[in-house]
Design a protein around this ligand. Structure first.
Ligand code: PLP
Length: 389
């Protein structure tokens, strides 16, 4: 069965051109990039080129502001722990209530260690509560970390404005830009970002490699201690093939941003969304309609469970995802939808479709054909549904 892949916020296909660029560094060019001999040492040039491409994708002023990591989770943890360790007297941290666990968990850990934490809420469209943020930030705030775009709804936060306010209070600003990079223009210089996390596998690069941007002059302490790699900012033998893959994926992503790809993806996303809204009653789109990344739509189907919808979609080879996690027998709706105040009977039936440049009109048509009967069938057997009777 042909797979219709609409789960690109979870991960993307590694582009064939990226795989091709990586391959020689597994077999022929396997030397250690930190070696004195030319066989290994020459790989340094490949790493430098990848650093330059990654810096260009996010508008960094200097390539050496990019530190390669193993994933965005590592980048996020590095940024947070660096901010608290370099400012030991400050005991207040701010983030949003809708972050990825790679931010939430380190923040909760620091809360358990005595830090004051403010998780800033969002409104019904998932928009950041700027007034609340302004009212809690003070001179004791070490770090403000707010994501650029939300993974579940695609809502874009005004990071430049948040960074400006953070700086007015002497706080550092970090953004988890995993769901923004490669989808919308990201410019760290223009936005005044101190630190930014990204992950290659979200924009057609390989899994297991990411980067942390650290603006020159930003106080920084490494997360892992060991070798002198990455100018002593991230110890561990350089993962040359994966770094090369990230570099190639960055180059391709930058080109796609200016060749009309985002508008084409947005048109397909809108067609899918409008088609579902027209064909299915009791549905609700979650996220900021005016300010979303182009590939994402999150739709709540009232009175049924998202997991059941996914199972039926799976029978047609359609891959999407639901925000809820099944814990101890009870289905917990996603923390993002809960923060947005989505009613219980809608939050449970939420599905995220995340498209890519590989999505076709034919695939969208297939989803529009197969989904409405699935919803109708599930509502007939749902104990919550008014159709159940
Ligand atoms: N941050 C966000 C917003 C994400 O969506 C993800 C992945 O889903 C991550 C962080 C973690 O990325 P990685 O898999 O590279 O650790």
């Amino acid at each position: 069965m042909k797979v219709i892949y609409m789960d690109n916020n979870a991960t993307t296909q590694c582009s064939p051109a990226v795989v091709e660029a990586m391959l020689p560094y597994f077999s022929e060019k396997y030397g250690n990039a930190s070696s004195m001999h030319a066989f290994g040492g020459n790989n340094r040039h490949a790493i430098d080129a990848a650093r330059k491409s990654t810096a260009e994708l996010i508008g960094a002023a200097y390539p050496d502001e990019i530190i390669f990591t193993s994933c965005a989770t590592e980048s996020d943890n590095t940024a947070i722990f660096s901010a608290v360790r370099t400012q030991p007297r400050k005991k207040h941290l701010i983030t949003s209530a809708v972050e990825h666990p790679a931010i939430m968990e380190p923040y909760k850990y620091l809360e358990s260690q005595g830090y004051r934490i403010d998780f800033i809420g969002v409104d019904e469209f998932g928009r950041f509560d700027m007034e609340r943020f302004k009212s809690v930030i003070d001179e004791d705030t070490a770090l403000v970390s707010v994501m650029w775009a939300n993974s579940e709804t695609g809502t874009i936060f005004p990071v430049a404005e948040i960074a400006r306010i953070a700086h007015e209070h002497g706080a550092l600003f970090h953004t988890d830009a995993v769901q923004a990079v490669g989808k919308i223009p990201v410019n760290v210089k223009a936005a005044g970002i101190d630190m930014l996390s990204l992950s290659a596998h979200k924009f057609h690069g390989p899994k297991g490699v990411g980067a942390l941007y650290v603006r020159r002059g930003t106080r920084f302490m490494p997360f892992m201690l060991g070798g002198h790699q990455e100018k002593r900012r991230r110890a561990g033998t350089e993962n040359v093939p994966y770094v090369v893959g990230l570099g190639k994926a960055s180059e391709l992503a930058l080109a796609r941003l200016s060749d009309g790809t985002p508008a084409r993806i947005a048109a397909l996303r809108d067609r899918l969304e409008q088609g579902i809204l027209a064909a299915v009653p009791d549905v609700k789109v979650n996220g900021d309609p005016a300010c979303r990344v182009p590939n994402t739509t999150n739709i709540s189907f009232g009175y049924i469970e998202g997991e059941s919808i996914l199972m039926y979609l799976n029978d047609f080879g359609i891959c999407a995802s639901s925000g809820s996690a099944c814990t101890s027998g009870s289905l917990e709706p996603s923390h993002v939808l809960r923060a947005m105040g989505v009613p219980f009977q809608f939050a449970h039936g939420s599905i995220r479709f995340s498209l890519s440049d590989q999505t076709t009109e034919e695939e969208v048509n297939t989803v529009l054909k197969e989904l409405p009967p699935i919803i109708e069938r599930l509502r007939k057997i749902s104990p919550f549904s008014r159709l159940a009777a």
